[in-house]
Design a protein around this ligand. Structure first.
Ligand SMILES: Nc1ncnc2c1ncn2[C@@H]1O[C@H](COP(=O)(O)OP(=O)(O)OP(=O)(O)O)[C@@H](O)[C@H]1O
Ligand SMILES: *[C@@H]1O[C@H](CO)[C@@H](O)[C@H](O)[C@H]1NC(C)=O
Ligand SMILES: *[C@@H]1O[C@H](CO)[C@@H](O)[C@H](O)[C@H]1NC(C)=O
Length: 424
């Protein structure tokens, strides 16, 4: 009896417990939903705030005021540039909207002769840039060209960590003698203080994977408008925006992604080999790349791009373990005997692109009707292998990376052929 009673007691207790549990569960569910909603609203708000959408500095009014001020300075002969006439007089360069504002950095979308362009400056106001005092003292045009070139070269050396020969400085220093030479020098000096401008203008002629600079007016420079990537987007790049609504079928999407992936590989190869020093990308994420209409991949954010000599300086730190040798997507190993990080980067651009970009496209269980199954499987495996940590020995590692690159290239071309064949 005692046992049965005990059991019954236990039973009713557990029934009550169950009811409470169910109630609790429902409450928890409500609570979780409520919490998720709060989180969503809050983070969207913060995101928009961060993007500067709510910031008073990114309103149309404020942006127009900034451009009006630029044009006033232009009319006074304080600054100049090849786009000033179109912006301030001919009205061929027209403000559209503010895209981004953060601590002075301004990104504006505009329309130039019917095509969209981006206007950028690290600081809003011309006078916030460092001023060349000697310009006030000089009256003649005869500031020695050589001296100006030297100043530009020093600035470039600071930013890139490279010494360039005089003739490759050309894109940065195209001064025309004549009227408004002070405005010309002052404008160029404000542009030279923007690292991104230095990268883009020096690499222009050598690389299709670098943002095109269209022109400048004062401290603002214009670059081509592209379709930027987003981590949350299913295909990373919104293909409809880049190449039009014909890219909606899953096959044409697969084709486009294959082309973009091949362009990524071309970029990796190019940044590794075609400059006098290797170019390391230390912040690889969808947002920092964009595509042109022809599906070329372009690096649009070079804040974390470093040529080999500067990369070595950055990596070579004191350390007590490997963790001290990480610099965003670039890392080396800690040599415990001398407590110093290796100067040579232990991973490479390809590995990180495989890990952070290609994995999105070739996930481990993609089963589409687009590419044949064996090929899909091979691609997944190749991407996985490519993203893996390489061998400790750095020359060995370089070899495996080269193999990875050529295997991926081969597989992507095979996919391209398959998709092409299915067309006919
Ligand atoms: N060429 C471009 N075409 C289209 N959109 C662009 C282009 N350049 C920038 N954008 C948009 O403007 C935003 C901000 O530009 P940018 O990448 O220069 O700033 P950021 O580097 O993200 O800023 P921060 O240096 O503060 O991190 C980008 O996230 C992108 O959405
Ligand atoms: C660059 O030009 C300056 C001035 O003309 C000259 O002094 C310097 O030697 C040149 N440097 C190189 C690397 O050619
Ligand atoms: C690194 O270590 C050396 C020797 O132990 C020391 O002299 C130097 O100041 C350290 N550098 C930094 C940046 O901590």
């Amino acid at each position: 009896g005692a046992r049965a009673g005990g059991a019954r007691n236990f039973h009713s207790a557990s029934a009550r417990g169950c009811k409470r549990l169910r109630l609790w569960r429902r409450c928890t569910l409500l609570f979780v939903l409520f919490w998720a909603a709060c989180w969503l609203v809050g983070s969207t708000f913060l995101f928009l705030l961060h993007r500067g959408v709510f910031s008073e500095r990114c309103t149309d009014e404020q942006s127009r005021r900034i451009l009006a001020r630029l044009c006033l300075d232009y009319s006074k002969g304080v600054l100049t540039g090849d786009l000033c006439e179109d912006l301030c007089v001919a009205q061929k360069l027209v403000y559209k909207q503010c895209l981004y504002y953060d601590r002075g950095k301004k990104v504006i979308q505009a329309d130039w002769k019917g095509q969209p362009v981006i206007l950028k400056s690290k600081k809003e106001i011309f006078s916030s840039y460092q001023h060349l005092r000697f310009l006030d003292e000089m009256e003649t045009q005869d500031v020695p060209e050589a001296e100006l070139l030297l100043m530009a070269a020093l600035e470039v050396k600071n930013v890139l960590g490279l010494e360039l020969s005089n003739n490759t400085m050309g894109p940065l220093w195209t001064r025309r003698r004549g009227l408004h030479w002070k405005a010309q020098v002052a404008s160029m000096w404000s542009l030279l203080q923007q690292e991104e401008y230095i990268y883009f203008s020096l690499l222009q002629d050598f690389s299709k994977h670098v943002l095109r600079i269209i022109g400048s007016c004062g401290h603002f420079y214009a670059v081509e408008y592209l379709t930027a990537g987003h981590a949350w987007h299913k295909t990373i790049f919104p293909l409809e925006d880049a190449v039009g609504p014909s890219f909606t079928s899953s096959k044409s999407k697969a084709k486009a992604i294959t082309d973009i992936a091949l362009s990524f590989l071309d970029m990796v190869n190019h940044f590794d080999n075609d400059f006098s020093h290797r170019l390391h990308l230390c912040d690889i994420k969808p947002e920092n790349f964009a595509i042109r209409n022809d599906l070329t991949v372009v690096a649009i954010d070079v804040d974390m791009a470093f040529f080999e000599p500067k990369m070595r300086d950055i990596l070579e730190q004191n350390c007590t373990g490997d963790d001290d040798c990480n610099f965003f997507d670039c890392f080396s190993k800690c040599d415990l005997r001398i407590k110093k990080c290796g100067a040579q980067r232990a991973n490479n651009n390809l590995q990180v692109i495989c890990d952070k970009i290609f994995r999105h496209w070739f996930p481990p269980n993609l089963k589409g009707p687009t590419i044949s199954f064996p090929l899909q499987l091979q691609l997944q495996k190749a991407v996985h292998e490519c993203a893996k940590h390489g061998p400790e020995d750095l020359t060995e590692h370089q070899k495996t990376s080269l193999n990875s690159l050529s295997e991926l290239h081969h597989l992507l071309q095979a996919s391209q052929r398959e998709l092409q064949k299915a067309d006919g």
